[in-house]
Structure formats: structure tokens, C-alpha cells
Design a protein around this ligand. Structure first.
Ligand code: COA
Length: 328
């Protein structure tokens, strides 16, 4: 059975959806028609599992400009309205982990990030992990801002190194950074397999906007090569993050750790909304301790059995922190 229905326009939005087909028990599909031009700009679908209006899965593809944020937000809002009007008690989008534009649009349409599910996104290469975002009928639906603002175009730098959000292209360097004798000596766990490091790098931009982790590549300005990584992981309470870092062996011995930590703290306090950054150093990791102190982080004491070793034992931590200038 095929049905044609014009959906009403989303208030103040640009997207109007024309419903193309809705066979009983099947997933309705739509053409996304931009208003007021009437141009066909994409397609969309709502999947109601088993035809029951419990949790509806939304999907869309904009073929004119896949990165048109406003159009994507309007499309999602119209689909959501349609699904709620048919009794959906939950509307969700499962987004590929390397698609930060979609993640931003989904947040913009008021969907809350709920986590990562394994193997939920079908791709040409097989099932991939996906970020799950959902809206319930009682949610306000207001745009949810990204957890961290974008770094300036080109990153933040000091003339010697630049920090920018990691990408899939950094995977090999990030692997080199943590699979070497010195890094393994101070590691908390066994090294990640190379493909997991690659997956982490590919999802860094998405993790940036949902706030689970801020993974940055440290780039050597002279060569343009990736010299290492620095990562901010939010801890409780909001406004506090733990910071980790490491350098590719051939870039050690140049005090890049201190440079990177200075850049990170300046950005985190001025732009990132952070009040306090913390770092833990293992007893005996002198390059790390000196690097942290060289960035003006303060030693706050020794925490017992705070850091794990690769063999599963625990050792003490030298605890360092830097706080927002207002609190110094
Ligand atoms: C920790 C790390 C990022 C520091 O790299 P870096 O910025 O190149 O540090 P450097 O080698 O320039 O050394 C920093 C300082 O420590 C000193 N240092 C380094 N190794 C030392 C040692 N074994 N004994 C004494 N001093 C040492 C350096 O002389 C330098 O001191 P200075 O600034 O007074 O001259 C790097 O060694 C690394 O990637 N290690 C493996 C991963 C790791 O441990 N990460 C930290 C986890 S918290």
C-alpha cells in the first residue's frame, strides 16, 4: 500500500518532508524537500520495529549537501515530530563514529548522547560501532551544544608544536607513540591493538562534541609530522579533567610534553570551560614528572595505589594539577 501525505513544515525550518510510501508494517520512507524552493535534497526513513510504535529509528541522507547542518537539523526535527505523532515513545539515531557532522546535527535537534553500541551501524564493510542519540517525548528538544567548542581552525600552537583534534590519518603515529619500550614501561594496561588505536583516532571528533574524551594530535610544526598525543578525559565533577600524553620516540628529548601541556591548559581554561586539570605520574617516570613541572603544574601529593601497572599490580601516583587562573 502506498500513501502520499504532505507533512507540515517545521516551524522556522527549511526542510519540509513529503511522505512517499508507507506500507503497513514497513518502514516509511520520505523525500526531503527544501522549502520554499521545493527542491528534492535528500531522503529519510523511520523504522518502527515490528510495526510497533515503541522505539523509532531515524535515518536520513542529504544528497545535495550532506553537511548542511541546518537542513539536517530540520529534517531530524520533522521526522521526530512525525514519529511522536504516531505514538513512538522513543526516537533514536545511530550515527557512525566517524561522522561528526551527523553527531552535531543530531545534538542540534535535541537528541541526547547515550553511548556507543557495538555493531549497530550497517556499512559497506560490514557492521560497525555507532553512537546512539535519543529523544523522548518529554525532552525539551532544544539544541544541545557540543560538550567542547571547536578548536580554532589550524589548531592551537606556540610556533614549535600545534595541537589539533586527532583524525584517522594519525593512527599510525599514535600507535608508534604507545607501542615502544619506554611507553610500555609506564603504561596502565597492555597496548591497544593497532586497529583499536585507529578506531579511537577516527572517532576523536565525535568524542569531542559528546564530551567523552578530547584526543588531540601533537604536530611538530617544522616537519608537519605527528609527534604524539594529548588527551583530556572528563572526571567528576564537571569542569575537571584528567590529562594524559605521550610522544613518538623520535620526538622525545625536546620538552614537547611541557609545551603540549601549556597549550592544553591555556585552551581548556580560556575556551574549554575547565577549572582544573590533573595528571598522575608513576614513581620513577622522571621525564614525565619534569615535563609536567615544566608546564607549571603543581605537585599536590602522593596517592597510594592509584595507578595500575600492566601486570595488574598497583603503584603510587605523584599527583599534579593546574587550576584556572581565577583560583591560583
Ligand atoms: C614523558 C614524555 C612525554 C616526556 O617527553 P619529552 O617532553 O620529550 O621530555 P624530555 O625528554 O624533553 O624530558 C623532560 C625533562 O626530563 C628530563 N629527563 C628525561 N628523562 C630523564 C631521566 N631518565 N633522568 C633525568 N632526567 C630526565 C629531561 O632532561 C628534561 O629535563 P629538563 O627540562 O630539565 O632538561 C616522553 O618521555 C614519553 O612519551 N614517555 C612515554 C609515555 C609516558 O610516560 N607518558 C607520560 C605518562 S604521564
Amino acid at each position: 500500500m502506498t500513501e502520499r501525505t504532505n507533512l507540515r513544515l517545521v516551524s522556522e525550518g527549511r526542510a519540509g518532508l513529503v511522505r512517499l510510501r508507507a506500507a503497513m508494517g514497513a518502514s516509511p520512507t520520505f523525500t526531503v524537500v527544501e522549502q520554499p524552493t521545493g527542491e528534492d535534497v535528500g531522503s529519510a526513513a523511520v523504522r518502527l520495529p515490528d510495526g510497533r510504535p515503541a522505539a523509532a529509528d531515524l535515518g536520513y541522507a542529504l544528497h545535495r549537501d550532506p553537511h548542511d547542518h541546518g537542513l539536517a537539523v530540520d529534517t531530524l526535527r520533522a521526522l521526530t515530530e512525525w514519529a511522536f505523532a504516531r505514538g513512538a515513545r522513543r526516537v533514536q539515531v545511530r550515527c557512525p563514529l566517524d561522522d561528526v557532522d551527523q553527531a552535531k546535527a543530531v545534538l542540534g535537534a535535541g537528541f541526547r548522547f547515550e553511548g556507543v553500541q557495538r555493531g549497530v551501524v550497517a556499512t559497506a564493510w560490514g557492521d560497525a560501532d555507532g553512537a546512539v542519540f535519543a529523544r523522548l517525548p518529554g525532552d525539551p528538544g532544544d539544541p544541545i551544544p557540543p560538550a567542547l567548542p571547536d578548536l580554532p581552525a589550524g589548531g592551537v600552537g606556540d610556533g614549535v608544536i600545534t595541537l589539533r583534534v586527532a583524525t584517522a590519518a594519525d593512527a599510525a603515529a599514535l600507535h608508534l607513540e604507545h607501542v615502544n619500550d619506554e611507553a610500555l614501561r609506564w603504561a596502565l594496561t597492555d597496548p591497544l591493538p593497532e586497529e583499536e588505536t585507529a578506531a579511537l583516532a577516527a572517532r576523536a571528533a565525535l568524542e569531542w562534541v559528546v564530551g567523552t574524551r578530547a584526543l588531540m594530535a601533537i604536530v611538530d610544526d617544522e616537519t608537519g609530522d605527528v609527534a604524539g598525543r594529548v588527551v583530556l578525559r572528563p572526571v567528576v565533577p564537571p569542569g575537571v579533567a584528567d590529562v594524559g600524553a605521550g610522544l613518538v620516540p623520535r620526538f622525545r628529548g625536546r620538552r614537547y610534553l611541557s609545551r603540549a601541556l601549556r597549550l592544553v591548559s591555556e585552551w581548556a581554561f580560556a575556551e574549554g570551560g575547565y577549572t582544573r586539570l590533573e595528571a598522575g605520574v608513576k614513581i620513577g617516570n622522571i621525564a614525565s614528572a619534569k615535563g609536567v613541572e615544566g608546564a607549571d603544574w603543581k605537585y599536590e601529593g602522593r596517592r597510594k595505589a592509584r595507578l595500575r601497572n600492566r601486570d595488574g599490580s598497583f603503584g603510587d601516583e605523584l599527583h599534579y594539577a593546574i587550576v584556572h587562573p581565577l583560583h591560583r
